[in-house]
Every structure is written in C-alpha cells, then in structure tokens.
Design a protein around this ligand. Structure first.
Ligand SMILES: CC/C=C\C/C=C\C/C=C\C=C\CC(=O)SCCNC(=O)CCNC(=O)[C@H](O)C(C)(C)COP(=O)(O)OP(=O)(O)OC[C@H]1O[C@@H](n2cnc3c(N)ncnc32)[C@H](O)[C@@H]1OP(=O)(O)O
Length: 332
C-alpha cells in the first residue's frame, strides 16, 4: 500500500478511500488529490460545494440510496435525516460517557461529511442518546501511555473534528442534554447555537486545568468568541465546570429548557436559522470564524508536535493517570 499525499485528508471527497491521484507512487512525489483545489482550507468545506438551498430542501443527489439519506448508524453515532425539513440529528451513543476516542472522532467526521455532501441536509442538531451525559470530552485513555505516533493520529482527529464543526456551512445546533466537560464543551461551543437542559446537575466548561493540562489555543479562541475575553480568562484558569443556570448567565449556552422540550426547541430554533438565505448566512459565518480557523490550519503540524511533546512529559502523564484514578475511585 503506497502512502497518500500529505495534502490528503477528510476534506477530499474521496476520503476515507484515497483516489488514485491521492496515492503517492513509488517516486514519492506528492500528488495532491484532484479535488483539492476545490477545497479551500484542508478540513473546511468551501462554500462553493454547497449550492444554496434557501426556502426548500434541495433534491437528493442521484445514486444515493434513499435509506442512507434518512438514517445511518455505524457504531457510536446515530444519524437521522428528515428530508422534509433538511435537518439531521447526530445522536452520540458511545457508553458509558460518550468520550471522544479516536474511533468516535473518525466516525463523527465521516458522518458529518456525509451530511455535508448530501444536498438534502441544511442543518444538524448534535445531541446525546446517553442519559445525563452529552460528552465527557476527549478520551483520556487515548492520551495515556501511548506511542508518539498514536498521539499524533489522535490529535489530528481532534483537530479535524473541530475544523469540521467550526467551519461547517450547515447550521449546527447543540442540544446539550447532560454534562459536557472539556472536549464535549468544545463541540457545543463550535456550534452556532447551544440549548441546554435546565438541570443544575449538568455542567459545562473547559476544565483542562483541573487535569493539569492546558486548553489548546483553538479551544481558547472558540471560547473567547462565544463568551468574551474576561469570562473566558477566568473560567479557563479555574478550569470551571458551570452548572446549567450559571452557564446561561455567562453566555456559555444560549438558553435552557426542560428536558422534555429540548428536541422540540432545537427544531424550532433550527427552523428560524434555516429561514435565512443560505448563501448570506454561510458567508457571514465564514467571515466571523475565518481568522480563528486559519490560525489552526496554518499551524496544524506545529500544534500536533506541541501536543506530542506536552503529552509525553512524565509530569503530564502522571497528572492524567491520577485523574483517571480519581474517576475510577469515584465510579467504583
Ligand atoms: C500549551 C498547550 C499545548 C498543547 C495542548 C496539550 C494538551 C491539551 C490536551 C488535551 C485537552 C483535552 C481536553 C479534554 O477533553 S480532556 C477530558 C476531560 N474530561 C473530563 O474531565 C471528564 C471526566 N469525567 C467526568 O467528569 C465524569 O465521568 C462525567 C461527569 C462525564 C460522568 O460522570 P458519571 O458519574 O456518570 O460517570 P463516571 O462513573 O465518572 O465514568 C464512567 C466511566 O467512564 C470513564 N470516563 C469518564 N470520563 C472519561 C474520559 N474523558 N475519558 C476516558 N474515560 C472516561 C470513567 O473513568 C469511568 O470508567 P470506569 O467505569 O471506572 O472504568
């Protein structure tokens, strides 16, 4: 099996099965995937790939089986698309706590890409099928006692997930029906709108410092863009997990609803957002988020190296092991 071009990634339409041009020949001269010129920054879909579909859901592209368009589920995420509204729901169902493992992240990116490539889909609601938990954030076991190659692969997948959600042209709504620390909070923050269940037992925030680790700059940028510099600075330094009512006050989430109203409310908010012309909303979104996206895109490899050297430090490994031990003691 030949290696693929360094430009190859899930931004290519042929991902995850590289087309002939994406594969490096024995000369190992990088040959980019032919679809790449159409892909603006890697990991972010260009506006031109999504035709405007304002006012109605566009038709299903020919050749795609209808059943696939309506619902598909691999393992850890259930995806349902309502073609009449153009709204898909991605329901996380990876027990016990929807932690963001490499497998989860890979499935997440493939599922979102399928929806992006489906003209019938204009908006996505992210939610959880696990009671009381939206997502417990990055799977800590992926960052403990593994090889540097594994850390690189894992971190690239985390970056890819963020680039895809934050750079997504579709309307993204987080229906947060449980606790959402760290990476789980990042997913919600990367959406266009956040609705959380009104339950003070559910909390949300970037609690990395509590684990003895540091939220990467693009986590921080995303947070600052939602809540502003002062709230982000205090919350990040303290590694605060905000109970739902406090999260609302600080602007971490946009509204709270009773649990039984969550899906209905998410659908209503989605309908409001989809009432706007796609092209105007998409260009505005891209304009608001471009600087932050570009920062990671242009420093992606450096960020991976940074993650590897940070995570490989014995002191960081020790902190992560102690944290996992604390979780195990609490649960058992
Ligand atoms: C300068 C900087 C440069 C570079 C950047 C470098 C580094 C930055 C790196 C990383 C950034 C990371 C962001 C993250 O997302 S880290 C993950 C943070 N997550 C958490 O802190 C959440 C921890 N979990 C909990 O608080 C709770 O589990 C809960 C509230 C989500 C759910 O509580 P429950 O009581 O319902 O469930 P538990 O009994 O606690 O857990 C069940 C089971 O699941 C295991 N588990 C929980 N969370 C995780 C996780 N995130 N990863 C892996 N495993 C997890 C827990 O241990 C239990 O397992 P056992 O049943 O005991 O085996």
């Amino acid at each position: 099996m030949f290696p693929v071009s360094p430009n190859y990634g899930s931004g290519c339409p042929c991902f995850p099965t590289p087309c002939a041009q994406a594969v490096l020949g024995s000369t190992s001269t990088p040959v980019p995937c032919p679809a790449l010129p159409a892909c603006v920054p890697p990991g972010v879909l260009p506006l031109s790939r999504r035709p405007p579909a304002w006012g109605r859901a566009a038709r299903q592209p020919p050749g795609l089986p209808l059943a696939l368009a309506r619902a598909f589920s691999n393992n850890k995420i259930l995806v349902e698309l309502d073609e009449s509204s153009g709204v898909a729901t991605m329901k996380f169902k990876s027990p016990p706590v929807n932690s963001l493992s490499l497998d989860f992240l890979t499935e997440f990116c493939i599922s979102l890409e399928k929806l992006e490539n489906n003209r019938a889909c204009r908006g996505v609601i992210l939610t959880s099928a696990i009671p009381k938990i939206f997502s417990s954030g990055l799977d800590i076991t992926e960052m403990c006692g593994k090889s540097t190659e594994h850390y690189a692969e894992f971190w690239r997948a985390v970056q890819e997930m963020w680039l895809r959600v934050y750079g997504c042209n579709m309307v993204m709504i987080a229906a947060v029906n449980g606790s959402s620390p760290a990476g789980g909070c990042l997913i919600a923050l990367s959406c266009d709108y956040r609705i959380m269940v009104d339950n003070p037992k559910f909390s949300i925030g970037l609690n990395e410092t509590q684990l003895g680790i540091v939220a990467p700059f693009w986590f921080k940028d995303t947070f600052v863009n939602v809540v502003g510099q002062r709230i982000a600075e205090r919350s990040l330094q303290l590694g605060a997990l905000h109970p739902a009512p406090e999260a609302l006050k600080l602007g971490v989430v946009d509204e709270l609803v009773p649990e039984e109203k969550l899906q209905e409310r998410a659908a209503a908010v989605m309908a409001q957002w989809l009432a706007l012309p796609d092209h105007a909303r998409q260009i505005t979104k891209s304009m608001m988020r471009k600087t932050v996206l570009d920062r990671l895109i242009s420093h992606r490899e450096e960020d991976i190296q940074h993650f590897i050297s940070f995570t490989s430090k014995e002191s960081i490994q020790k902190s992560l092991r102690m944290y996992m031990e604390m979780l195990r003691k609490k649960s058992g």
